[in-house]
Design a protein around this ligand. Structure first.
Ligand code: TRP
Length: 327
């Protein structure tokens, strides 16, 4: 039997380049080797969007389409909807006995999100414990590997602790999953902030049109010390060059461009044009593939995947209940 992958995305907006390099690229690459499950995490999305169910609902098919557009093959991978698998919620209840509140409060990713969403004084219980629910997402299919961005590592560590504790107390049911972080673990936002993120408004989306891409690249930070194109330029902290390092295939040309930039022989407009072309070449086939997927196709794929995940989840819960001596 093949080993399993479980990973997922919150449907709170379309997916961006940060998602691509953090997790989408590896899930596509590994879909032959692993029995791959991709979760549309609508229940988790509600933990900080409980007052905006329409937003979550509207983004479910967007996320399915993004996954298909980058090359996830529904004949190989199972794409499914979290809220349609109540077994995950059931397992979350059992798992919540195995983790302390103090441990959850130490989770650095949750802390960052709390700060960003100004939740310090009004922390919903559901939000604090979403990592427990995420552990159940992973364990319900007995996943061995979890391809994720760097920010998710604390959650995978938490998952390992929970399943270790479960296996010790009730008998071995779950493998201890490992995180697999993409080669580019954390992509900087177009504003130069540490993390590309929907909520920070600094993301390049996989579905961005050439015009949208152009606008974002024109806004991108370069070298603040440089007032004229003839001033010598700096590469450190220069977001355009950070992206060129990733997207420009001709490395010799890039090296020459860097030399010229440092000497003040090329301006920001030119380097931004290069970057636009490189990212646009990367996004064009993704955009085209996405345009060919109708809502109906995406929904059918999601339904089929959910049916399959449901069978796996039921079997896991049968074993869990037996291990826990429940009737
Ligand atoms: N927390 C992930 C994110 O914000 C989404 C997610 C939910 C997930 N359940 C998961 C990721 C299980 C990996 C495994 O993007």
């Amino acid at each position: 039997m093949k080993k399993r992958i479980l990973t997922g995305d919150r449907p709170t907006g379309p997916l961006h380049l940060g998602h691509y390099f953090g997790s989408l690229a590896s899930r596509v690459e590994l879909q032959d080797e692993y029995d791959t499950f991709v979760l549309v995490a609508d229940v988790q999305a509600l933990t900080d969007n409980f007052d905006n169910p329409i937003k979550v609902r509207e983004n479910v098919l967007e996320v399915v389409k993004d996954n298909l557009a980058v090359g996830l093959d529904p004949d190989k991978a199972t794409i499914f909807l979290q809220s349609a698998i109540p077994e995950i919620a059931e397992l979350t209840v059992f798992f919540s006995n195995l983790v302390t509140v103090a441990r959850l409060q130490r989770n650095p990713t949750v802390k960052d999100e709390m700060r960003q969403k100004k939740m310090e004084d009004s922390l919903p219980l559901g939000f604090l414990m979403y990592p427990v629910s995420q552990a159940a997402d992973i364990a319900i299919v007995k996943a061995d590997l979890v391809p994720v961005g760097e920010d998710q590592i604390p959650h995978i560590e938490q998952t390992r602790e929970i399943v270790r504790s479960f296996n010790k107390i009730y008998g071995k049911v779950f493998p201890e999953p490992e995180a697999k972080v993409g080669e580019m673990p954390r992509l900087t936002g177009v504003d130069g902030k540490a993390k590309m993120s929907k909520s920070l408004g600094n993301a390049i989306y996989l579905k961005d049109t050439p015009e949208e891409l152009k606008t974002k690249i024109n806004r991108m930070y370069t070298d603040p010390t440089r007032l004229k194109a003839t001033d010598p330029g700096h590469l450190e902290g220069n977001v355009v060059f950070m992206y060129l390092d990733i997207f420009m295939k001709d490395k010799n040309k890039l090296d020459l461009l860097k030399e010229d930039y440092k000497k003040g022989q090329v301006g920001d407009v030119l380097i931004k044009n290069y970057l636009f072309n490189e990212i646009n070449v990367f996004l064009t086939p993704i955009r085209e593939k996405r345009a060919a997927i109708s809502d109906k196709m995406a929904l059918d794929i999601l339904k089929e995947g959910t049916d399959r995940a449901k069978l796996v989840a039921k079997e896991t819960m049968r074993e869990v209940r037996e291990a826990m001596r429940l009737l």
